[in-house]
Design a protein. Structure first.
Length: 112
């Protein structure tokens, strides 16, 4: 016998943040590839945080004190690779893959 609507909604609700986090990890992984390489501290400070802005949300964040300046400044040179707008570029490149991954997680939870 199949699940009723309440069962489906309960399963989806309980898995949304996990699904979003798995999708966000795809963006973080690409962003980390694009981060300017100097000491490695900036790349190592990246994370995906569930519930960052409330229920059923995730955030991709770099905790380095200079992350914002490196991301936003178009004037800095990056002789060791990487460049500005690393998170924005990753989001633009990988948003579809992230959404698809979140959908896969939810489909798995539902057993479909």
């Amino acid at each position: 016998m199949g699940m009723d609507l309440e069962d489906i909604l309960a399963k989806v609700h309980s898995s949304v943040e996990d699904a979003l986090a798995e999708g966000a990890q795809i963006i973080l992984d690409r962003s980390t590839e694009l981060v300017p390489k100097e000491s490695g501290d900036l790349a190592a400070s990246g994370s995906v945080n569930k519930g960052a802005a409330g229920t059923n949300t995730v955030a991709i964040k770099y905790d380095s004190v200079y992350a914002h300046y490196i991301h936003e400044s178009m004037e800095f040179e990056h002789p060791h690779g990487g460049g500005p707008k690393f998170l924005e570029l990753a989001m633009n490149e990988k948003s579809e893959a992230a959404i698809n991954k979140a959908g896969e997680v939810i489909r798995t939870v539902l057993g479909t």
